[in-house]
Ligand binder design. Structure first.
Ligand code: MG
Ligand code: MG
Length: 263
């Protein structure tokens, strides 16, 4: 599962499309818009850049992106749902280019959001940055989850157990699994060439989740908010490299955390 330098460059090209399209989507989010409109925009941009939307048709998934609103954690199906002022929207996107997949997600405010929602967003983004900061050779997969869990729980938030990050490459989901919880010093050793999608899914209340009747959408069991951020990251000899890094970040914290972990 280790990637050569050449493969990592191919994944970086895929990641560049994912990052650019995600930025476009972040810029367009507004109250009154439907999640289906975002989906069409995403597909148009991905294909326009020469890529293929990885999610479309994946196990029968109908969209090019996942759009998960408020208590929806992940895998929401884009469609006629109208976004409202104050919503939290998670956008998850995957691109396949020349056979290589990149996977990234952000949660963004729709208009003005409440203070508790902003705090959940900030802490979840910090969880991603803190997890990525563990991705040095010689560390272990468990170090990522332990760091994420510790940070989330120190703020009284829940860490979803049923869904995890993953290896990524020619397939969207490769070994190893990357839980957002766990113990330091456990799991696979991180070696240069390992590429992982790290994706904390953090809840405002209970960490328990359930599946909607549509068979896709995962929601919090207590109906409280959830947030989700994800990057595709390569372990290299000089430290973690975010392959889905956005050059222009609508949310200033994204740029700040990203540059910290890269440095
Ligand atoms: Mg994803
Ligand atoms: Mg993923």
């Amino acid at each position: 599962m280790l990637k050569s330098a050449r493969e990592i460059e191919a994944m970086r090209r895929s990641g560049k499309i994912t990052a650019t399209v995600l930025t476009e989507l972040m810029k367009s989010v507004r109250p009154g818009q439907t999640t289906g409109e975002l989906d069409r925009l995403a597909e148009e941009h991905i294909r326009g850049a020469g890529g293929v939307p990885t999610f479309k048709g994946y196990n029968g998934f109908p969209g090019s992106i996942c759009t998960s609103v408020n208590s929806e954690v992940v895998h929401g199906i884009p469609g006629p749902h109208v976004l409202r002022e104050g919503d939290l929207l998670s956008i998850d996107i995957g691109t396949t280019l020349d056979g290589y997949v990149s996977d990234s997600a952000v949660t963004v405010p729709v208009g003005k959001i409440r203070r508790n929602a902003q705090r959940l967003l900030d802490v979840t983004l910090e969880c991603l940055a803190i997890g990525i900061a563990q991705m040095h050779q010689g560390n272990r997969v468990g170090d990522i989850g332990a760091a994420v869990q510790r940070h989330a729980e120190s703020h009284g938030y829940g860490v979803v157990r049923e869904l995890v990050g993953h290896g990524v490459g020619r397939a969207m989901h490769e070994e190893p699994q990357v839980p957002n919880y766990g113990d330091r010093g456990t799991g696979m050793e991180l070696r240069p060439g390992l590429v992982l999608a790290v994706e904390p899914m953090i809840t405002e209340g209970s960490r328990r989740v359930r599946m909607r009747k549509d068979g896709w959408t995962v929601v919090t069991a207590d109906g409280k908010l959830a947030a989700h951020f994800e990057h595709t990251i390569a372990v290299t000899e000089t430290g973690p490299q975010i392959l889905t890094l956005r050059e222009y970040a609508e949310h200033p914290d994204i740029a700040r955390y990203a540059s910290e972990v890269v440095a």
